[in-house]
Write a protein that binds this ligand. Structure first.
Ligand SMILES: O=P(O)(O)O[C@@H]1C[C@H](O)[C@@H](CO)O1
Ligand SMILES: Nc1nc2[nH]cnc2c(=O)[nH]1
Length: 293
């Protein structure tokens, strides 16, 4: 059986879901937002909200992770129309990679032009502190090295080309905009730019793995985002992504520290306000047709 037909992620499946949502709401979103672990409050910046529980949306996966509410929220910020995933899907939940990235194709069919993704990540870069916000400039897709890429399988040209370019995955104008906005808001001391590495999870990294990833050029490590970015770029949406450094990875055999999900959620709470202000200000500066206002 073809992967797309087995996972409910074909063009027709995504179109059915988009048509259903568009029949339920008058909002026509131009910006799509994905909230990382503990960062679901980002949806609260939206005005005139219309929310759908994932369980009520045809063909949609379910959130199974604490810190991912499982709601799709439509609304506006200033005059920008948005759709926000309050909860994302991860490989470790057991979904095929095509399923966890299906919401990106849905975004496209809803009319989204720009996708803003957030995640919680462990800091590999020795200079990073807990609470730093990293503008993602590139990624290492480790599951992809082993063939677990969301574009594996028959290519549907209605979404995009067979061999999409990824050297421009993270939009450089939006990265610059984020630096400018961060500086205006007084966030420069904790705003970084770096490379995000995705692993399958759910176990956190060993010390040897952290050392290796850092040597490979990764600044932060997590369990999401890169797959979504690949699918969003494949179907031609502009991408911007942020990692909140929720913990420093353990890379010293003498350390007593242990990575844990509670710390991840706690740091999310502590930086929620700044993350929300940064993202919402960026949204106000994104114009129609991908232009910056
Ligand atoms: O959805 P994100 O990438 O923010 O979630 C990260 C990775 C794991 O799901 C979890 C670990 O604490 O946070
Ligand atoms: N893989 C991974 N994901 C995370 N998400 C938040 N912190 C971490 C981490 O240290 N490692």
């Amino acid at each position: 059986m073809l992967p797309e037909s087995s996972t409910g992620c074909s063009f027709e499946d995504c179109q059915d879901t988009a048509d259903w949502l568009l029949s339920q709401t008058a909002v026509r979103p131009l910006v799509g937002i994905v909230c990382g672990s503990g960062l679901g409050g980002l949806a609260d910046v939206l005005k005139d909200q219309e929310a759908f529980n994932y369980k009520d949306i045809p063909n949609f996966p379910q959130s199974t992770v604490h810190g991912h509410a499982g709601r799709l929220v439509f609304g506006t910020f200033k005059d920008r129309t948005c759709v926000c995933m309050q909860g994302r899907f991860h490989l470790y939940e057991g979904y095929p990679v095509q399923k966890i990235t299906m919401p990106m194709r849905l975004f496209k069919l809803l009319g989204v032009e720009t996708v803003i993704l957030t995640n919680a990540a462990g800091g590999l870069n020795q200079d990073y502190e807990v609470g730093d916000i990293m503008i993602i400039k590139d990624h290492l897709n480790i599951p992809g090295f082993a063939g677990n890429n969301p574009l594996v399988g028959p290519n549907d040209e209605r979404f995009g080309v067979r061999f999409p370019c990824m050297s421009d995955a993270y939009d450089r104008e939006l990265q610059q905009l984020a630096l400018d906005v961060g500086s205006e808001l007084g966030y420069s001391d904790f705003l970084r730019e770096g490379v995000y590495c995705v692993l399958g999870g759910p176990s956190f990294e060993t010390i040897a793995e952290c050392r290796m990833l850092n040597k490979l050029g990764a600044d932060a490590v997590g369990m999401s985002t890169a797959h979504e970015v690949i699918v969003a770029r494949h179907c031609g949406m502009r991408v911007f992504a942020l990692s909140l450094i929720t913990n420093k990875v353990v890379s010293d055999y003498n350390s007593e520290k242990k990575a844990n999900h509670e710390e991840v959620l706690q740091t999310g709470k502590q930086r929620a306000e700044q993350m929300e202000r940064l993202v919402s200000t960026i949204i106000t500066r994104i114009g129609h047709n991908n232009n910056l206002a």
